[in-house]
Design a protein around this ligand. Sequence first.
Ligand SMILES: Nc1ncnc2c1ncn2[C@@H]1O[C@H](COP(=O)(O)OP(=O)(O)OP(=O)(O)O)[C@@H](O)[C@H]1O
Length: 233
Amino acid sequence: MTAALMLELRDLSKSFELHHQHGARLNVLRGLDLRLHAGECVVLSGASGAGKSTLLRVIYANYRPSFGAVHVRHDGRWLDLAKASPHEVLDVRRRTLGYVSQFLRVIPRVPAVDIVAEPVLQTGASPQLARQRASEMLHRLNVPERLWSLPPGTFSGGEQQRVNIARGLIVPRPILLLDEPTASLDANNRAVVAELLTEARAAGSAVLGIFHDEDMRDQIATRLFPMQALEAA
Ligand SMILES: Nc1ncnc2c1ncn2[C@@H]1O[C@H](COP(=O)(O)OP(=O)(O)OP(=O)(O)O)[C@@H](O)[C@H]1O
């Protein structure tokens, strides 16, 4: 049986208008096509500045593409995020499309365990169950228990990153976008993340990510998607 197509980019282009340079345009993505299936892990490769993060932000609808389509399978039907309403984008983000970046958005005074538990609460689960699931994730990612009840503002870079990954992976998502989520992790914790991603794929998630670490790439990528910087117009 062939795996379900989950995401399809068609003829996607993105350029930025540089307001400080008399409206010059910077072309970052041009005519890009990509298909992502359930259970795959496609890793974006290419030099710094090739547009890898921009591509993930366009898919997550942080940036609107200049041209082309971002078709996402949402609730069994196809939706073009390039044309979707803000309400539809929020619904897709809540139930279909997860995004884990390098940085945790710290909310003052909210303990780590509650930051991780929040996506579970949003599914309608009880606070007890959400906290239990959050504790399991934090434990798995080797975040010391003494930190769970503290807000992560003062945590180390790697500790914050692990809280961020725990939050990003705690609820299974049909499509997962990962922008270097393991950049500050040691080899042990990278291996845990690789394991969590393998489990997510086995459960049917389609993964698209940026990983500069070669070991990590070798462990998780089912395919590479090479990208190249374009010349400025
Ligand atoms: N909001 C923006 N406004 C203007 N230019 C931007 C914007 N976002 C990205 N760029 C430019 O787009 C190009 C691609 O950036 P991007 O961050 O996508 O590259 P990348 O491949 O992810 O690089 P790296 O591996 O260094 O993170 C860069 O030249 C960057 O300056």
